[in-house]
Write a protein that binds this ligand. Structure first.
Ligand code: ARG
Length: 457
């Protein structure tokens, strides 16, 4: 079929080239944005007297019909069209005749595609932010219900100090709260209207870019038409926000996978979020969490892909930029799927508090508290650290823990040790007395929970 853009050339292309050139397979998901953008454009053209008002009216009602028919399925997208913009314009002209041919006055597909993508992505940001909030709520709820559970905190994946499980878990809510802020910041830069930039240089018609921008819910219009058609920073910025979300989800998934293992056994995932093995009947695998961890690589790939596409392309629009959409769509779809699965997986998991506590009782994770005990009795921290280390070695030799080593042995290392030391190194005490701001003590965790709840309300 001859192309709408058949001008200098015959518009007759090779089938393989057509297929290669076409983006309709993946840009058809922007049909609503494309039609709404065109309606606003037609209104502006009519109001400014650039096209006759009756043509503007018939374009708008024609577009309304296409919008409804695509929504209902009465109209099918013709995948032999080059892209969604060409498809809509072609159907419009078929339906309303010559008036349809006036729609593309004072615009180009270059500003049109940038407009559609910005409209589409700002909706995606809203829906992703909602899902981030749902996950934050699930995390906060689990933390609140299990606020007192004690577990070992790790550094280098070695037991380090006793902490509240709720404290550990709320750290993920904190990460997600920053993700929300980043998304909202990024939305501000997405929500700038490029329409009216035209091919690259603006236009000779007396257009009203602000009218179109306002009608479509934009905060402002871009100030440089060349930048307007060639900027894809907003895609890159969004995928970097999404990559960061995935990095957070993958860290959380990793802990869920570890904690579900027989070696840790701190949690039990609900059967609904696990799979069995086709050969080993005893298996309960945390596939969902593993997939979230794996899909993180995919979103990073999307980021690399778009950064590389944009690297070094000259101004203004180049067809390379058609490659922006699959990356940014894939990243949005993937993050939404992962958030959708993480929230119920977390809400339904069971904590094995006994095992957490038991693990915390091994590994001398109260050795810092033992040193702090001596510091409170007047010893400088470095000396106290040394004594505490010697006592840990004695315990290892004797095969006991700090709680069961007799007071007389303690006293061989420092006469500052008294009966109250056992109270001081009790795991509950260790956690309860970590009262510093942001520490693992329950008052601090409650403050964190309230903070996140206030963000969510
Ligand atoms: N399908 C194209 C894209 O996604 C639309 C813009 C085409 N512009 C052009 N000058 N060929 O980027």
């Amino acid at each position: 079929m001859a192309k709408l853009w058949a001008g200098r050339t015959s518009g007759i292309t090779d089938n393989l080239a057509d297929d290669f050139n076409s983006s309709i397979r993946f840009d058809q998901r922007m049909y609503q944005q494309d039609i709404r953008g065109s309606m606003a454009h037609a209104s502006m053209l009519g109001l400014q007297g650039i096209i006759p008002q009756e043509d503007a009216d018939s374009i708008i009602s024609g577009l309304e019909g296409i919008f409804n028919d695509l929504n209902s399925g009465a109209l099918k997208i013709d995948e032999t069209c080059e892209d969604i913009h060409m498809f809509v314009e072609q159907v419009l002209t078929e339906r309303i005749g010559d008036a349809g041919k006036r729609l593309h006055t004072a615009r180009s597909r270059n500003d049109q595609v940038a407009l559609d993508l910005r409209m589409y992505l700002r909706d995606e940001v809203d829906s992703i932010s909602e899902k981030v909030r749902a996950l934050m709520a699930a995390i906060t709820d689990v933390a609140e219900k299990n606020i007192d559970a004690v577990m070992p905190g790790y550094t280098h994946l070695q037991r380090a100090q006793p902490i509240l499980f709720s404290h550990e878990f709320m750290s993920y809510a904190m990460m997600l709260s920053r993700d929300l802020a980043r998304l909202s910041d990024c939305r501000g830069r997405i929500n700038v209207s490029p329409i009216g930039s035209c091919a690259l240089a603006g236009t000779t018609y007396n257009t009203d870019r602000h009218f179109e921008a306002e009608k479509l819910g934009f905060d402002s219009v871009c100030l440089n038409s060349i930048d307007g058609v060639s900027d894809r920073d907003f895609c890159i910025e969004l995928i970097s926000c999404l990559s960061m979300i995935m990095m957070h989800l993958s860290r959380m998934s990793e802990e869920i996978i570890l904690w579900s293992s027989g070696e840790f056994s701190f949690i039990e995932l609900d059967d609904a979020y696990t799979t069995g093995s086709s050969i080993m009947p005893q298996k309960k695998n945390s596939d969902m969490a593993e997939l979230v961890r794996g899909k993180t690589g995919r979103v990073y790939g999307d980021l690399m892909s778009i950064l590389t596409v944009m690297k070094g392309i000259p101004l203004a629009y180049n067809k390379d930029m058609q490659e922006d959409k699959e990356s940014v769509f894939d990243a949005c779809d993937t993050v939404k799927m992962c958030l959708n699965i993480c929230a119920p997986m977390i809400a339904s998991m069971k904590l094995k508090k006994e095992n957490m506590l038991h693990a915390a009782q091994k590994g001398f994770i109260n050795a810092t508290d033992l040193a702090d005990y001596l510091v409170r009795k007047g010893l400088p921290f470095r000396s106290a650290y040394k004594v505490s280390g010697q006592i840990v070695s004695v315990c290892i030799e004797k095969g006991c823990v700090l709680e069961t080593l007799p007071l007389e042995v303690y006293q061989q290392y420092s006469e500052l040790f008294e009966e109250d030391l056992f109270q001081a190194i009790d795991l509950k005490t260790c956690v309860m007395t970590r009262i510093s701001e942001g520490g693992t003590g329950p008052a601090s965790v409650e403050k964190q929970i309230n903070y996140i709840k206030s963000l969510l309300s």
